[in-house]
Ligand binder design. Structure first.
Ligand SMILES: Nc1ncnc2c1ncn2[C@@H]1O[C@H](COP(=O)(O)OP(=O)(O)OP(=O)(O)O)[C@@H](O)[C@H]1O
Ligand SMILES: [Mg+2]
Length: 456
């Protein structure tokens, strides 16, 4: 590890430094807090080992500065006997641990080993996250997704402006990432902005930046997202919510690729590719007068329509398998039961693929077995899927009328079969869970010819 040692007592400093070096660490030793801070500014250390009581600047001050700079740096403070209170304060401020002088080297080595292991886990996590981001591919073999992928293939490596339509959670951001990753701009920034989340003035300053003093609070000149995206791609999310007055300004940038910062007079030119996303039908907004048609034509060069998940349910199984692969880090889940998939396919997923992903994550976390089963599905989804399912089952949407009597009988028959199946054909128990007397239950079984063993 790369260690910075700050200790004013010469003998302690030199012996500690040499012992740590012998253990294979790279050690920089300094005498004062001031010197220590200079070293911290110059270079990054895995661990700062500092005395609490130093001549000019205390170990607490050093700790504060270190944590401000990089909260992930480990700090161990050394304290003299009788000043435990200070050590506790240090822990509150984010120190990893403290050592009371005089301490044995073994105590120190144990701490160092812990930090070493902890660091290894952190590094592994970062690598896992990287691997995860690589596996974030677009999944789906339905015709709907195939069409999307074809368009992505065709237009990714071009400077075309793309307008992605889709309900919430359908993958608009995922497609944007893919388009950028596969373009010649991939090594330049992909800058994202959610146009709906900001007030009009904030949005303008976010998009185009502002000059110092442009308005109260503008204490420094700041670059806007268009400038930051120079050479790369800008993603204008929820573009359908841009106020009309801002639409004119945006149109101007799209036409000229130049603008002025808020409060500025210099014209700034940029080279950016624009990708926008909308959740609503912009055609309708144009009719209502809340979206400019000239801006629409500028944005809608290549439209990509992302289907809601309920329109490509055949992709659910593949998506579920994909989400298990990327979220089941510990490899707990081995399979998913067919019943469970069927139930997931009955639900209409108003939150689309994001809702499916969240549900699968929740199911993985809570499941007690290696097979995801119907019982693992969040209740909200089960309830809604079954009510939608039942209606479809009892009423053909093409039929003008439906016999209530017949439907009730069909339902009764279903309930009887369900109860028998649930109790492994134990009739007394089945009668009990349907809150019927044994004789009524029997007569109903007879009515529907369910007395024999052909129950399925
Ligand atoms: N076809 C797909 N294959 C795999 N994962 C997908 C797919 N579509 C979406 N996802 C995943 O679903 C989640 C939601 O997608 P994303 O954030 O891109 O949706 P969005 O349309 O931008 O949603 P919102 O409108 O709410 O911002 C993400 O984790 C994304 O990786
Ligand atoms: Mg999004």
């Amino acid at each position: 590890m790369k260690i910075l040692l700050i200790e004013d007592e010469k003998i302690t400093r030199v012996t500690l430094r040499d012992t740590l070096k012998k253990k294979g660490h790279t050690v920089t030793a300094c005498e004062t807090g001031k010197e220590g801070l200079e070293k911290i500014e110059e270079s990054k250390y895995d661990l700062i080992l500092t005395d609490l009581r130093l001549p000019t600047m205390s170990g607490i001050d050093i700790l504060k500065r270190v944590k401000e700079r990089d909260p992930a740096t480990f700090v161990i403070v050394m304290t003299a006997y009788g000043t435990i209170q200070n050590a506790v304060e240090a822990l509150k401020l984010g120190a990893y641990d403290y050592l009371t002088k005089p301490f044995s080297y073994d105590e120190l080595f144990i701490l160092l080993e812990k930090i070493h292991d902890y660091n290894a886990i952190l590094k592994e996590n970062i690598q896992l996250k990287k691997a995860l981001s690589k596996t974030r591919t677009i999944i789906g073999t339905s015709n709907e997704i195939k069409m999307v992928l074809e368009t992505v293939d065709t237009v990714a490596d071009g400077d075309y402006t793309v307008l992605i339509y889709g309900e919430t959670g359908t993958g608009k951001e995922l497609i944007t990432n893919e388009l950028h990753k596969r373009s010649s701009r991939k090594d330049k920034p992909l800058v994202k902005i959610n146009c709906a989340a900001l007030s009009e003035t904030l949005l303008e300053s976010e998009l185009f930046g502002h000059e110092k003093g442009a308005y109260t609070g503008a204490v420094k000149t700041r670059k806007g997202r268009f400038e930051l995206a120079d050479g790369g791609t800008i993603f204008l999310d929820e573009v359908d919510d841009i106020p009309l007055s801002m639409q004119v300004k945006l149109l101007h940038v799209l036409q000229e690729r130049e603008f002025e910062r808020v409060g500025g007079t210099t014209t700034i030119s940029v080279d950016v590719r624009v990708i926008a996303a909308a959740k609503t039908d912009l055609g309708q907004k144009i009719e209502e007068g809340s979206f400019r048609s000239d801006l629409y034509y500028r944005l809608n060069v290549v439209p990509i329509h992302l289907p809601p998940l309920r329109e490509h349910k055949e992709d659910i199984l593949l998506l579920v398998e994909h989400f298990i692969r990327i979220h089941d880090m510990r490899g707990k889940i081995e399979s998913i039961s067919p019943d469970c998939v069927e139930e997931l396919m009955r639900y209409d997923w108003p939150g689309n693929i994001r809702e499916l992903e969240n549900s699968i994550q929740q199911m993985i976390a809570l499941s007690k077995n290696e097979t995801l089963d119907i019982s693992d599905i969040p209740q909200k989804i089960k309830t809604r899927s079954s009510s939608a399912f039942e209606l479809r089952q009892w009423k053909d949407p093409n039929e003008e009328s439906v016999s209530l009597e017949n439907s009730l009988q069909k339902f009764e028959q279903k309930m009887l079969t369900w109860a028998l199946k649930k109790t492994s054909k134990n009739k007394s128990q089945a009668a009990k869970i349907l809150q019927l007397s044994r004789s009524t239950f029997r007569s109903k079984l007879m009515k529907y010819g369910l007395e024999d063993d052909e129950l399925s």
